[in-house]
Design a protein around this ligand. Structure first.
Ligand code: AMP
Ligand code: ZN
Length: 305
């Protein structure tokens, strides 16, 4: 059971210290200087550890072509999480109606129309369409860091609507992709243990929508397609997933015509750290005053001080 009082105290402590800045909308709080520094320091630590992997570094905006969402059947599997960008395409008269509707707090969304973009629901999504064609014999490895959006408003400080992921994405044959995913599962645990965080790993499933979604989740677990590393942050009995390790089989390869050198559909896997959750795990475990964190942890996060 999650203890509401415990996570409220943690949230209020972070607010009081200026680590996070409430905005009035669930799951969208701002971040103070130190919170952000911890996110960046952790990101840099991951970069140092994975340096010799020589991943291609890419940056994308937090919006993606809505066709990506369509091609991967996101609206069939996660309609409840999607965020779509709508804008105004109307006449002057329509604009007046829009402004009036907004003024009186009415349903002004009905007067907007869909644009070409949606909010990216995972940092890896914009990568796959760039790989259409044949990947080299040793496959591809890409890393991204980006904002993502998921419509899951919640009072839990660890469940955000807008948050960041540092991801690595491997594309190639199943023999290349699956051992890579397993290597990262161990490495992810090692990184978090080196920061003295009580991390454990477990098989997991995505929150697929509806009745059909239950079957999808069961099958995903049975096939061990998803693992998570968990740390107690807002509950001791229900630890929080701070990173995930996903094997997509040939899902993205099929959607975007990605092939391996021998002409097979490429398989893909990704691993992603939830950056705000990692930062919160550090503050929860070691305290809100970072000057009192264990020396080994500080040395890893701030190696130049
Ligand atoms: P996923 O793509 O669902 O496997 O998510 C990757 C990682 O993002 C998870 O392991 C979490 O650390 C983080 N994450 C997922 N959903 C949320 C959320 N609503 N708020 C904050 N972090 C999240
Ligand atoms: Zn991913």
């Amino acid at each position: 059971m999650k203890d509401d009082a415990e996570y409220k105290e943690f949230y209020e402590g972070m607010v009081e210290k200026g680590l996070i800045i409430p905005t009035g909308v669930k799951g969208t709080f701002g971040r103070g200087k130190l919170f952000e520094e911890v996110v960046q320091c952790f990101n840099d630590l991951v970069t140092r550890i994975a340096e010799n992997d020589n991943a291609d570094v890419c940056f994308f905006p937090p919006v993606i072509d809505r066709k990506i969402m369509e091609k991967v059947h996101y609206l069939e599997t996660f309609p409840h999480l999607c965020g779509s960008v709508h804008s105004f395409f109307g006449s002057e008269r329509d604009a007046r109606q829009l402004a009036e509707e907004a003024e009186k707090g009415g349903k002004w969304g009905d007067l907007l129309e869909q644009t070409d973009v949606v909010l990216s629901p995972a940092a890896c999504y914009p990568v796959y369409p760039t790989l259409t064609g044949t990947v080299p014999a040793d496959g591809r490895l890409v890393t991204v860091f980006n904002w993502v959006y998921r419509h899951e408003p919640s009072d839990e400080p660890t469940r955000l609507q807008s948050f960041r992921m540092r991801e690595f994405i491997r594309i190639g044959t199943p023999e290349q992709v699956v051992p890579w995913r397993d290597m990262w599962l161990q490495r992810g645990l090692d990184i978090l243990h080196s920061l003295k965080l009580p991390a454990t790993s477990d098989v997991a499933s995505d929150p697929f929508f509806g009745r059909g979604g239950k079957m999808r989740s069961i099958s995903q677990r049975d096939q061990k397609f998803k693992f998570e590393v968990l740390i107690p942050v807002i509950s001791t009995t229900e630890p929080t997933a701070v990173c995930s390790f996903n094997y997509h089989h040939n899902h993205f390869g099929t959607a975007f015509d990605i092939f391996t050198e021998d002409g097979q559909i490429a398989h893909t896997a990704c691993m992603g750290f939830g950056m705000e959750r990692v930062a919160m795990a550090l503050f929860k475990t070691h305290g809100l005053d970072h000057s009192k964190w264990p020396a080994e942890v500080r040395d890893l996060l701030w190696p130049n001080t």
